[in-house]
Design a protein around this ligand. Structure first.
Ligand code: ZN
Length: 440
């Protein structure tokens, strides 16, 4: 009984941390970092060596600003090493290995700590925006969710439809989602767009959730509006990545992602790894405060973003992050390395004219831009796209704009924003988005 009460208090503090003052959050994160760093120094050989090389002593860690004394790590810390080098050596690890393709397309296996929350509360992590609207944890736990994901599985109160089922027989898949009457429909934007476009042409099949939740890719304003119109509800976007899970969730203002401060510590740094002040864009670095099995400490996300520290109009004081997209992905075009983010930003001006786009390197001197037309696409839009892309890659490159009714999605239902068909058609880089979070 007493243990139950203590457990409930612990859960209550955990789930409400992000709603508390900056000072309380910072104290919590300091303690969480102290525990994690001490653990990594003692039990994870890769980190022990790294700390030693940088003369970093976890006991000297006093507050969150001390994090800057630690090196930033990339996937390379883990790749090509035996797991005992980068996982907890002090106990038998029982968690499941998961995989992400990563920015370079290289598969990367990682171990996630199972959530400190029980089955009943676990959806809080991704559905916390409901708490901000007055739902209780109990109510959140009883909501029905339909999710379109890569692999099939079972989860309480969930209808899981695979991307394969959606693709091979969309009519049946959409009907079964509609019949299940979900409160929440969730998937990556490309998949949701596919469902919405299907519904647009077949009025009989209508999914009417209370909320749509997107994750896994950049959600453009145009796609957000279209989803909202077709599903008849608000769309809440979430930011995260496979290795660390969800990092931030939108509130009803939809202006950046409120950080999941109880689970992650997020920084934005410049090219020389120096911390950037709020509002300035740089590399997003994340520390997972919950994963003791395979710690991710000052981990390079590959995303570009800025922290917003002023209080949000919704009343929450926890910082927000706005994300521009993958920084590290790039493609050789016209003899120079063009970062993926530059291409994405070049087409940002066409928000109402393009639902989706894909940039295709056809040869060393030819680039194709495939676009799914939006409502504001007019005759001269194609020429304007050519001009924008030429501004980046130079005049010598030949640009072809192709309008298509849909774009091919990856196995996981995402869109590869840059593909290289000059080397046999393989996708060069990660899908549009910044998130590759765990799907279930
Ligand atoms: Zn807010």
């Amino acid at each position: 009984m007493l243990r139950n009460i203590i457990e409930r208090i612990r859960v209550a503090r955990f789930v409400t941390l992000h709603q508390r003052s900056r000072r309380v959050i910072e104290r919590w994160q300091t303690r969480a970092l102290q525990r994690l760093l001490a653990h990594a120094a003692w039990n994870v050989p890769s980190y022990a060596r790294l700390f030693e090389q940088h003369r970093f002593e976890p006991r000297a860690f006093r507050d969150v600003s001390d994090v800057a004394r630690l090196p930033i790590v990339t996937k390379d810390l883990f790749l090509k090493k035996p797991p005992e080098e980068f996982t907890d050596n002090s106990r038998l690890i029982t968690g499941a290995w998961k995989q992400t393709s990563g920015t370079s397309g290289k598969p990367f296996s990682f171990l996630r700590e199972s959530s400190m929350l029980g089955d009943r509360d676990v959806d809080f992590e991704c559905l916390r925006f409901l708490l901000w609207q007055g739902y209780t944890l109990n109510q959140v736990a009883t909501l029905k969710t339909a999710q379109i994901i890569v692999r099939s599985g079972w989860k309480k109160n969930y209808l899981l439809i695979t991307t394969e089922e959606m693709r091979s027989d969309p009519q049946t898949a959409i009907r079964s989602i509609a019949e299940s009457g979900p409160d929440i429909l969730t998937s990556c934007p490309s998949m949701l767009l596919e469902v919405a476009r299907h519904m647009q042409h077949r009025a009989a099949e209508r999914i009417r959730p209370r909320y749509v939740v997107s994750f896994g890719e950049t959600l453009s304003p145009l796609v957000r509006d279209f989803l909202s119109e077709m599903f008849g509800c608000e769309v809440y976007d979430r930011y995260g990545m496979g290795e660390v899970g969800a990092i931030g969730t939108e509130c009803a203002r939809h202006n950046g992602f409120h950080l999941h401060a109880e689970s992650v510590f997020v920084e934005v740094v410049d090219e020389r790894d120096k911390s950037l002040p709020p509002g300035q864009f740089g590399r997003v670095i994340v520390t997972d405060l919950q994963n003791y099995s395979m710690p991710f400490i000052r981990y390079e996300t590959g995303d570009r973003g800025a922290l917003l520290e002023e209080p949000c109009e919704c009343g929450l004081r926890v910082a927000r992050i706005v994300v521009q997209g993958r920084e590290m992905a790039s493609v050789m075009l016209g003899g120079r390395k063009v970062p993926h983010v530059e291409l994405t930003m070049a087409l940002d001006d066409f928000k109402n004219a393009i639902y989706q786009f894909q940039i295709v390197k056809k040869t060393d001197t030819t680039i194709g831009v495939r676009v799914v037309r939006g409502p504001a696409f007019i005759d001269r839009t194609g020429q304007e796209i050519i001009t924008q892309i030429k501004n980046i890659v130079g005049d010598a490159t030949h640009i072809v704009v192709e309008t298509v009714s849909s774009l091919p999605l990856t196995q996981s239902g995402k869109l590869c924003i840059v593909v290289d068909e000059s080397i046999g058609g393989s996708a060069l880089h990660a899908p549009t988005g910044h998130i590759k979070r765990r799907d279930a």
